[in-house]
Design a protein around this ligand. Structure first.
Ligand code: FE2
Ligand code: FE2
Length: 145
């Protein structure tokens, strides 16, 4: 298997969450509850590894603070929505808003940030993938779903 690059690794998280959102739409109440928790957990860990590892490396190599600022604002927006779920019940309205916010954010990472990361010479995307993976494993075992 070829060594994985950081963008591919992050996009696998995106695809997983997109699938979970899709499943949420036709799930029963009990399953919705589980899915909302899993989605919140997956997104929180994903955003944290981007914030800690990928975004700083991207910023360092490209100097594109506009792109990073916008991405951070969108993470904050997603975290606010996730915070509204923590009270317990999976709220359909909040989940709909969260899905929309994430679709928008993921679209920008896919169309703008990842292509730019791949054409920037100073970024070692294979090494970053290893760091992201290791940190993700650590965070997931701290907060099991
Ligand atoms: Fe992100
Ligand atoms: Fe992402």
């Amino acid at each position: 298997m070829p060594q994985q690059d950081a963008c591919t690794l992050l996009d696998e998280d995106h695809k997983k969450v997109e699938q979970l959102f899709k499943e949420y739409q036709s799930a029963d109440t009990a399953r919705k509850q589980q899915l909302a928790q899993t989605i919140a957990q997956e997104l929180s860990v994903h955003m944290q590894i981007e914030d800690e590892i990928f975004y700083p490396a991207f910023l360092d190599a490209t100097g594109d603070d506009d792109m990073i600022e916008e991405a951070e604002d969108e993470h904050d927006e997603a975290r606010e929505l996730i915070a509204r779920l923590e009270g317990g019940k999976a709220d359909d309205e909040v989940m709909k808003d969260l899905q929309k916010a994430i679709e928008h954010h993921v679209g920008e990472e896919r169309r703008e940030m990842f292509p730019k990361a791949r054409e920037t010479s100073g970024l070692d995307l294979v090494k970053l993938a290893q760091e992201l993976e290791a940190r993700k494993t650590e965070l997931m075992s701290d907060h099991p779903a």
